[in-house]
Design a binder for this molecule. Sequence first.
Ligand SMILES: CC(C)(COP(=O)(O)OP(=O)(O)OC[C@H]1O[C@@H](n2cnc3c(N)ncnc32)[C@H](O)[C@@H]1OP(=O)(O)O)[C@@H](O)C(=O)NCCC(=O)NCCS
Length: 110
Amino acid sequence: MIGFVQLLDRRDAGRPGHVRPEGEEAELGYMFLPQVWGHGYAAEACAAALDWFTGVLPDEPVVLCTQTANGRAMRLAARLGFTEVALFEEYGADQWFGVWSSAMPAGHSA
Ligand SMILES: CC(C)(COP(=O)(O)OP(=O)(O)OC[C@H]1O[C@@H](n2cnc3c(N)ncnc32)[C@H](O)[C@@H]1OP(=O)(O)O)[C@@H](O)C(=O)NCCC(=O)NCCS
C-alpha cells in the first residue's frame, strides 16, 4: 500500500466550508507516502475515484479542503478540476475550500 483516497466521508455541517445549505457533502481526501510523491499516482487514483463517484451519485458535488500552505495538495486539487469556493481559517491555519462537479471533467478548471 502506498496511500489512500477517501471519497465517501461526508463534510460535517457544523464545520466551515459548504456548497449546499444542508452540508454533508461528499469530501475527497488523499494521503500518500512521501517516497511516491511526484509520480502522478495520487492524481490517477483521485481521478479514478471521481469517475466512479460520477456513475454512482451523478448529481452530487464533491468538496475538498486543504491548507493553502500545502502546495502539493493545492496543485493536485487544481489538476483534478476543483475550483475555489472559499478561504477560511480552521485548526489555526489558512484553508482552501473547493468544489468539483461531474459536469466539470477532471483537468478542466472553470
Ligand atoms: C497531497 C499529495 C497526495 C500529493 O502527492 P503528489 O504525488 O504530489 O500528487 P500527484 O499524484 O498529483 O503528482 C503530481 C506530481 O507528479 C509529477 N508527475 C511525474 N510523472 C507524472 C505522470 N506520469 N503523470 C502525472 N504526474 C506526474 C507531476 O509533474 C507533479 O509534480 P509537481 O507537483 O511537482 O508539479 C501528497 O503530497 C501527500 O500525500 N501529502 C500528505 C498528505 C496530505 O497533505 N494530504 C492532503 C491533506 S488535505
